[in-house]
Ligand binder design. Sequence first.
Ligand code: PGA
Length: 252
Amino acid sequence: MPETRRPLIAGNWKMNGLADESLLQIKDLAARASKISAPACDVLICPPATLLRDLAKAAVGSPVTVGGQDCHANGKGAHTGDISVAMLKDSGAHYCIVGHSERRADHGETNEDVKSKAEAVLREGLIAIVCVGETLAEREAGTTLSVISDQVKNSLPLGATAVNTVIAYEPVWAIGTGKTPTVLDVQTVHAHIRSDLTGLMNDANRVRILYGGSVKGSNAAELMAVENVDGALVGGASLTAEDFWPIVNVCI
Ligand code: PGA
């Protein structure tokens, strides 16, 4: 991995976590990371919004930062139940995930929606983690690369740079299933994304492209060693420090 791409190991807690247990977990993670004298990667936890402020405070002074899992494209207003990037930032978030496949599937989010959300993230000075990934049906139909190209091209925020935008490739069929693509498949898709980005932005070679989908301690080293894989977006295995640390430890 070129020195200019500092890996990012990000945990996405999804709709999991109550205050007491979550604080114990982030403190445990922060303590482990703090023992590393010069961390070689960024470490992020994206908890439910209800926990952001407490977790951000608990991680202060450690290499661990926190981020949001989703946001509204608007800055404020009559959007019951939604959360703005300014609110996430106010609670201590440095990043925000947009376009996770669960948002695309459960809430019908289109590439256009994802792009608007990512632009809202950039407007507040946070880093957008833009998720892309094919479904099993798309993979079986042989359309993986064209689906990914379409998502990258149409979800990428205007003004995207390697500093403010991260791409996460997450095959939908690999999320939470224990299944992962072969190393060759991951390499092919990541190289394809890199080449797509090259046509869309000036510093494409410095953009971090994460792999996500059933990453765990036992497969992290193999996946992180793949060319153009610059970190991981981890769901289930990020919920406890004990499970997440072996993944972080591959890069830190
Ligand atoms: P998983 O989820 O690690 O539980 O497969 C990954 C994700 O959805 O980000």
